[in-house]
Design a protein around this ligand. Structure first.
Ligand code: HEM
Length: 383
């Protein structure tokens, strides 16, 4: 049986061999066998059907990643009605309307961060000075988490997303992170501030433990993902000067570019698990109760049934039904926020630094392999 494809020999393409089969079984590093869906149609069907349960905490050895159950409030690993209860409390906070109100603040954060980049001696690591701080500042402000505490969750989140770590280290990282957030929530309970977490404490029946769990999820999901697209997306643009120029010069292209970049790069690809809660059919096969399934969003987003020339990056392409944010009840809560960050950040960066170029050869840019979110560790640039 083949190993789950994770290696991207082209830094901008899906993992090697991911699209070889629309559906079949693969082996994880742990030795466990899981079903692996890679076509657009099957991924949608899998994610739309909550009988394929997201409650995967108590699985066979090595699947899922953590032996410890997720903390209370970690609703990405819940099924309805537990999932619906918490998601409903948050949906209104992430609507397009709400995000539009945030736009001037996000523009300001990005402009300030570009001022900071310009002051650095060159070459500058764009991940450290731009791609990572921008979404981190935004999510901290939204949640009411002090930006000064970022080391606490950046280290933890890199560990949690690293599939090369053993279960003990990953579990310890989650526990440390939980301790930090439990203390933060207790402090907020005592002295309420302004932010989403404060509002959840004041205005809902969520327990402090649940609010801390929601915070774990929002902090990790809310900064690492957008940061990865900004980092590897900039690298991609530097390889495609025609697309770069379009995005820099055509305001209309900025509106479609974020989704095309998300589709094309699919930084969140695989190792999101579901488990069959009963014998279920998918792709003409009966999946026995208890079996685990995962997907390749990267392969599904290059499926020829999705759009014409799926392997071509076309930033002016009208928005497709891509799956970069998942699909169904767990579809990304933060997608409007992520789109807005990318829509503002890329053109702002390209306009501020028109001579932007790589300071090292493409091969020497360190890629993140074996991480749940694909990206680059550093991006040394000059202008
Ligand atoms: C480029 C950026 C992003 C990408 C590619 C991305 C991708 C995804 C994907 C694929 C899922 C589905 C997981 C599943 O079905 O198991 C998801 C869920 C989620 N995302 Fe994002 N995400 C991004 C940005 C964000 C941001 C900025 C936030 C901040 C609030 C966020 C918060 C969440 C949450 C809370 C969930 C769980 C939703 C649920 O279970 O109901 N994401 N994301």
């Amino acid at each position: 049986m083949r190993q789950i494809p994770m290696t991207r020999s082209c830094p901008f393409s899906p993992p090697d061999g991911a699209a070889d089969e629309a559906f079949g079984k693969v082996r994880l590093d742990t030795g466990d066998e899981v079903w692996y869906a890679t076509s657009h149609d099957l991924v949608r069907r899998l994610f739309a059907d909550t009988r394929f349960s997201s409650e995967v905490e108590g699985g066979q050895q090595g699947v899922p990643l953590y032996e410890a159950p997720p903390p209370p409030g970690m609703f990405v690993q819940m099924d309805p009605p537990r999932h619906t209860r918490i998601r409903r409390m948050l949906t209104g906070r992430f609507t397009l309307q709400r995000m539009n109100r945030l736009r001037p603040r996000i523009e300001q954060i990005i402009a300030d961060q570009l001022d900071h980049v310009e002051k650095q001696p060159r070459p500058v690591d764009l991940v450290e000075h731009f791609a990572l701080p921008v979404p981190t500042l935004v999510i901290c402000e939204l949640l009411g988490v002090p930006y000064a505490d970022r080391e606490n969750f950046q280290i933890a989140s890199v560990r949690l997303l690293d599939t090369n770590l053993d279960i003990e280290t990953a579990t310890a990282a989650l526990e440390d992170f939980g301790v930090y957030l439990t203390e933060l929530v207790a402090a907020k309970r005592a002295r309420p501030g302004e932010g989403l977490l404060d509002d959840l404490l004041a205005g809902t029946d969520l327990t402090d433990e649940e609010v801390a769990g929601v915070a774990v999820l929002l902090l990790i999901a809310g900064h690492e993902t957008s940061a990865s697209v900004l980092g590897v997306g900039t690298l991609l643009l530097l390889q495609r000067p025609d697309q770069l120029a379009l995005l820099r010069d055509e305001p209309e292209v900025a509106k479609t570019a974020a989704d095309e970049m998300l589709r094309y790069l699919s930084v969140v690809d695989t190792l999101m698990f579901r488990r069959a809660s009963q014998d279920l059919e998918l792709g003409g096969v009966t999946i026995p109760e208890g079996d685990f399934l995962t997907v390749s969003l990267a392969a599904a987003n290059r499926d020829p049934s999705l759009c014409e020339n799926p392997d071509v990056l076309d930033l002016a392409r009208p928005r497709t039904h891509h799956l970069a944010f998942g699909f169904g009840p767990h579809q990304c809560l933060g997608q409007n926020l992520a789109r807005m960050e990318l829509e503002i950040a890329f053109p702002a960066l390209l306009r501020r630094l028109p001579g932007l170029r790589l300071a090292v050869p493409l091969e020497e840019v360190p890629k993140r392999v074996g991480m749940l979110v694909y990206g680059v560790d550093r991006l040394e640039v000059t202008w």
